[in-house]
Design a protein around this ligand. Structure first.
Ligand SMILES: *Cc1c(COP(=O)(O)O)cnc(C)c1O
Length: 224
């Protein structure tokens, strides 16, 4: 695809997001984070040139490499992957604009220590394992609100902005929908939360209809 064809293609993706969000309300705004984990810095730059600013990676090392390669561009970097404790300092050195996958109180405490030492703060989302899948990270829905509030009170250097979930891993739309609804219901209960990050290339329209206001699109944005 040349630049014009790519722009037309991205317009069609944006139209799909628009159609889904308008089913919720005129005032329901949805942000697209382009997940670049399968893409090169050149491909990120091509997407930037047609208007995309927010990008996300799921490995600290990849985030580091690409953010350095592209440091001349005014990009907004998100980290959406599982964070191992021994990688916390590496992530903080990159100072991402949002960490989507804070998945335990234990990790929050570890992060708090490192943030305090570096005298910095981090915007983050609590990841909820709404479909209760063993293969997935995140806190269980039953305790999510309590964990969220505990992090808020015990970790002053973490700015919790809301929640993140990955839709249920199944072809059954009803089950996927249930998992999004579970997360959205928790989100609505949280004071001051403004971000509900749900929806990937295969299920973003359903996620938006269930209340998501941030979608993480990888293969779709990069046409893979
Ligand atoms: C890879 C990834 C995405 C994007 O997945 P696609 O199906 O390619 O859109 C979104 N969120 C997370 C956490 C990911 O790891």
């Amino acid at each position: 695809m040349n630049e014009i064809e790519y722009k037309i293609y991205i317009d069609s993706v944006i139209r799909r997001v628009e159609t889904a969000r308008l089913k919720v309300s005129d005032h329901h705004i949805v942000k697209i984070v382009a997940i670049s984990k399968y893409s090169t810095s050149d491909e990120i730059e091509k997407l930037y040139k047609i208007g995309q600013r927010a990008f996300g990676e799921n490995k600290v090392q990849d985030l580091k490499t690409k953010s350095i390669e592209l440091e001349e561009l005014p990009l907004e970097w998100h980290f959406v992957g599982n964070l191992q404790k021994n990688k916390i300092n590496n992530l903080l050195d990159i100072n991402p604009s949002l960490f989507h996958a804070l998945d335990s109180l234990d990790l929050a405490h570890e992060l708090q220590k490192k943030l305090e030492a570096k005298e910095m703060t981090l915007d983050a989302l609590l990841q909820i394992n709404s479909a209760k899948e063993e293969s997935k990270h995140g806190v269980m829905p039953e305790i999510a609100k309590a964990v969220y509030e505990q992090i808020q009170s015990e970790c002053p250097n973490i700015n919790l902005k809301g929640v993140m979930s990955i839709g249920a891993h199944t072809e059954d739309k009803e089950i996927i929908k249930k998992s999004f609804e579970t997360t959205y219901d928790i989100y609505k209960e949280l004071k001051g939360a403004s971000i509900c990050s749900m929806g990937m290339s295969g299920d973003f329209e359903l996620a938006i209809e269930c209340g998501s206001n941030m979608v993480r699109l990888g293969s779709l944005m990069f046409n893979k």
